[in-house]
Design a protein around this ligand. Sequence first.
Ligand code: ADP
Length: 212
Amino acid sequence: MIHMELNKRQTEILEIVKLDGPITGEQIAERLNLARATIRPDLAILTMAGYLDARPRVGYFYSGKKPAQSIADGMIGMKVGDFQSIPVVVHENVTVYDAICQMFLDDVGTLFVVDQNSFLTGVLSRKDLLRTSLGNSELDKIPVHVIMTRMPNITYCKKQDSLIQAAKKMIDQQIDSLPVIYVRAEGLEVVGRITKTNITRAFLSLAEEHEL
Ligand code: ADP
């Protein structure tokens, strides 16, 4: 199916056929107070583009197909900023014990670690905390900066990035989430969080938007 911008008359024709199809070209023309010949090119375009199907002696009916291009455009247009969640951050000096509590309290799978200026310094995943917990009884003595994955090894994204780029980073790096950051001269400010849940939500919203 070809993607194209429909003009006003083509949109009207599409609406008529959607509501009252199957309907003949003659009847459509009548509804629009136009001559059959006038709308012939529009009908040809709508049929060629795949919006309408035509059957001899039956007339035109709505194909119900969505142009693949419009779905692609929808996907490309999805930005991190439109789907991000609120980030959950902890200070780098909090203990592993407190970080675990924080993870439960905020019901997240990843915590972002920040310094005293609130700039990003690390990431803590569930498994980072589990690993440390195994055979370690001093969780209330170990600060998270000892066990976190630290800068410059943090994969992040920005608000204006496409969600596709963010999803690719997560898959390539085999990680569950990305901090959304705003670059300041002094450091990286954490402004959001993108997780696999956000991507799943975006996937669903795309399907719903296109009535799939
Ligand atoms: P889990 O370990 O709970 O399955 P992840 O797959 O997200 O969660 O994390 C795997 C490892 O990658 C952990 O050591 C974690 O610290 C690290 N990590 C998670 N997110 C990022 C990120 N955005 N950038 C760099 N490292 C990360």
